[in-house]
Write a protein that binds this ligand. Structure first.
Ligand code: HEC
Ligand code: HEC
Ligand code: HEC
Length: 480
């Protein structure tokens, strides 16, 4: 009996039209990644450095694609991790987006970890490089200021021509899971935005299941294959499949202790990326059959090993990033002659002035450079930082001490005032009566001038940047 089945299957294979399955298999490769975290370079942790976009482009797609059409997607956490306003990671993320564009990525899921830059950053970068921002999708991340407006488009549809000549439409959508990040989030005005949770200052998220339902229903009528990108935990990916009938393929960034790279649960498949940092890329090959898709090759992880010939265009891109961002500069501050304190220090005593300064564009000058990708341009840094080129002033965005002097701070106008801050701190503390006269003299000696000469403003507001600058008139707009 068993022999009969085997031979009849063989017969069917031989009789099938276009039986030359080796060369004309109507199959589609799905390449998938997650948790790239802005990595452009190989990690230096092994002697055979693994990862790096120039290696990836050389060893993954041409070697393993076997000439089949493919779709390339990322389940999330592609941005370099950033805390606060970090000029270095903001630039690194730009370059990763450019690298993904060059590697023809079709969709990138926008997740909590990608929400480290504001909408203005993506809007500005999108005007310079529309193709780099185009792939970003999310069905459940909204703008916090407009909680009914998605931050990005909910899905993308791409077309691929398979080897049998048929054209397939592939719909790709993405969600970020609420469950793992409930902690520390408040509901923002539940009446007007039906249950959105604040994700950051700029973004809010809604329930992934409720958000993805209408998207899947729409894609069902428009596409031949739906891929769902998911960020969160593994339970969340499972719930998604159970709650929404027509989801069959989920690619998740979820971490779990289980080393399996994929799970099949009642006909649906959840695929995971095991390693982070762009060191492994997932690949599965699907083939359409009777209106559905099945595995031609099951999901596997491809190691991004060091390539003999790294992709030259991507290698150039990485070199450019390293050069622009000063990757090779010594990060230990050689300038020990500190004379600038930083505005955080002034805030301790001049709280009201600090608050009013915070609201000016002087305080946000560096944010503006980050949004525009100009945070390493010397001519911009000169006018958007404090004490640039002065002893003890701002040197480079990579230096911790310099990061305290980003923006046009108090000392950009009043001059270096560390000695004043220290003298005032000392006299406020407990002093032996004998030390008081000297401390008082110190306070007097170090008092920064209250008057700011016009020449100080004009160092930045020069003919090139502010041709119509008028101190008398303009000071009104930044005064405290
Ligand atoms: C420990 C408290 C303390 C700190 C820290 C401090 N100041 Fe002061 N500052 C004072 C006091 C007290 C005065 C004198 C009284 C006044 O005008 O408020 C003063 C005066 C000044 C004046 C002159 C005001 C005038 O009317 O002449 C300027 C300008 C000034 N501070 C700037 C700064 C800057 C810039 C920083 C941060 C680098 C700073 N201060 C940090 C306490 C402090
Ligand atoms: C754009 C330049 C500029 C910046 C930035 C700036 N100041 Fe001033 N500040 C001035 C000018 C100009 C005056 C003089 C006001 C006057 O005399 O009418 C002044 C006055 C002062 C005074 C004395 C008068 C008062 O309002 O009490 C203090 C103290 C002071 N600034 C502290 C600070 C501190 C602290 C910061 C940062 C949080 C800061 N300034 C940032 C330009 C600046
Ligand atoms: C270290 C450089 C620097 C100094 C010093 C400086 N500015 Fe500015 N100023 C800037 C930058 C950068 C911006 C904002 C970015 C832009 O619009 O180019 C700005 C913006 C302004 C604005 C526009 C504010 C707004 O919200 O529209 C005014 C007004 C202004 N500065 C006045 C002054 C005055 C008055 C002084 C001197 C008392 C001064 N600035 C000193 C760099 C400086």
């Amino acid at each position: 009996m068993r022999g009969w089945i085997a031979s009849s299957l063989l017969m069917m294979a031989l009789l099938a039209p276009g039986a030359d399955a080796q060369t004309a298999s109507p199959a589609l490769n799905i390449f998938y990644s997650a948790k790239r975290m802005g990595n452009l370079d190989p990690c230096g942790c092994h002697s055979s450095a693994q990862g790096g976009v120039a290696n990836e482009a050389a060893v993954v797609y041409p070697e393993r694609g076997k000439g089949l059409p493919d779709v390339r997607v990322d389940a999330g956490q592609w941005m370099a991790p950033a805390s606060g306003t970090d000029p270095v990671s903001a630039m690194q993320s730009r370059y990763l987006l450019l690298a993904l564009e060059m590697m023809h990525y079709d969709a990138l899921n926008f997740t909590l970890q990608d929400a480290v830059q504001r909408p203005a950053y993506f809007a500005f970068f999108g005007r310079q490089h529309p193709q780099a921002v185009e792939p970003i999708v999310s069905a459940n991340v909204f703008l916090r200021a407009k909680p009914n407006q998605l931050a990005f488009k909910p899905y993308r549809i791409v077309e691929r021509k398979l080897a049998d000549g048929s054209v397939k439409r592939i719909g790709i959508t993405g969600v970020t899971d609420v469950a793992v990040m409930m902690l520390g989030m408040q509901r923002v005005d539940p009446k007007t935005n039906n249950g959105a949770l604040a994700l950051t200052d700029s973004y809010a998220i809604k329930d992934p299941i409720e958000s993805i339902r209408p998207v899947i229903a729409e894609l069902k009528t428009k596409t031949d294959l739906i891929l769902v990108l998911h960020a969160g935990n593994f339970d969340g990916a499972q719930q998604l499949i159970q709650a929404v009938q027509d989801i069959t393929y989920v690619i998740t960034s979820a971490g779990t202790s289980d080393p399996s790279i994929y799970f099949t649960i009642s006909g649906a498949v959840i695929m995971r990326v095991l390693n982070a940092s762009g060191q492994q890329i997932g690949l599965t090959t699907l083939r359409p059959r009777n209106g559905a898709w099945e595995f031609e090759n099951r999901p596997e992880m491809i190691e991004v090993r060091a390539a003999q010939n790294p992709d030259p265009a991507l290698a150039r891109l990485v070199t450019e990033y390293n050069k622009i961002s000063g990757k090779d500069i010594a990060t230990t501050d050689t300038n020990r002659s500190r004379s600038y304190a930083g505005a955080h220090r002034c805030a301790l005593c001049h709280a009201k002035i600090y608050q009013s300064w915070k609201a000016t564009s002087h305080a946000r000058a560096m944010d503006r450079l980050i949004v525009r990708g100009e945070q390493f341009a010397p001519d911009q840094l000169r006018r958007s930082t404090t004490g640039y080129g002065e002893p003890g002033g701002f040197v480079h965005p990579r230096l911790t001490q310099s990061q305290l002097l980003m923006g046009v701070q108090c000392e950009a106008c009043h001059g270096p005032s560390l000695a004043h801050a220290e003298a005032e701190t000392r006299i406020k503390g407990e002093l032996a009566p004998a030390d008081k006269p000297a401390a008082k003299a110190d306070v007097k000696k170090t008092m920064p001038p209250r008057q700011v000469p016009e020449a100080t403003c004009v160092k930045c507001h020069d003919a090139k940047f502010s041709p119509r600058f008028d101190m008398m008139r303009d000071y009104e707009r930044v005064k405290h």
